[in-house]
Design a protein around this ligand. Sequence first.
Ligand SMILES: C[S@@+](CC[C@H](N)C(=O)[O-])C[C@H]1O[C@@H](n2cnc3c(N)ncnc32)[C@H](O)[C@@H]1O
Length: 263
Amino acid sequence: MKSPVRKMFDGIASRYDFLNHFLSCYQDVLWRRYCCKCLKKMVAADGADSASDDAQGFARKVRLLDLCGGTGDFANTFRKIFEGRCACKCSSQKETSHGLVVDPAVIGDFSYGMLAEVKPKKIDAHAVQLDAMKMPFAECQFDVILNGFGMRNVPDARGALMESYRVLDAGGYLCVLEFFSPRNFFNKFFYKVLAPLFIPVMGAFFSGKRDAYEYLVNSIIRFLPVDEFCKLAEECGFEVKKVKMFDGGISFGVFLRKPVGTP
Ligand SMILES: C[S@@+](CC[C@H](N)C(=O)[O-])C[C@H]1O[C@@H](n2cnc3c(N)ncnc32)[C@H](O)[C@@H]1O
């Protein structure tokens, strides 16, 4: 049977990207870019530490999974940034690929409606329908896993973290970009007072699905605060490499690593 969350994402898929950008005033685009730039630095630095293939003139392949990847925006941003094709002006230095080449990405999501929106974007990726808590992949298949605004929607965050750990190769990164449960006064005011006033109304106006946008606000309040999420990730075996707060805590980028030398 289709879960209510899956049905909800199927129902808003065609308006999802537009509303994401509109409701966040395009901040979601900048947050994804920041996360991908940071990952690029981390992955490039790891290559420089080891006897890199790059030094011998070979490109290093990066195997990417965009988990809860929806319409594929995070994977698309990742590819552009890793291959030095980002058109943004947020970096003064000319971007290079650092000898990194991204394999065709896997965009994994349980909503067929969301995955159907990947195709028109012509991303070099395979869309795979899957459940984040039970993925159809063998161990250690990926070097980087992205999870943009998906963790909060999964019924069991521990299960999704453990499953991500299993399919990630040792030394690989999991980047979770998420709205965590508010902790400070500003965030509590934003999510408990302001957001319930305007997000469901705007969502209803543009997509006709008020329930989905009420769910969005409630799911943020119900989710873990970022520090508890980091503790949970450590319990699942990850090292917390970096936590980046965006816009006063409206969202966070959490960079986790599966320790080198672990099976
Ligand atoms: C808020 S959207 C995020 C989409 C995209 N990652 C982005 O950055 O905009 C959350 C996505 O998680 C997916 N999702 C929720 N629970 C899931 C699960 N258990 N397994 C796989 N995907 C799931 C939904 O279908 C939806 O596409």
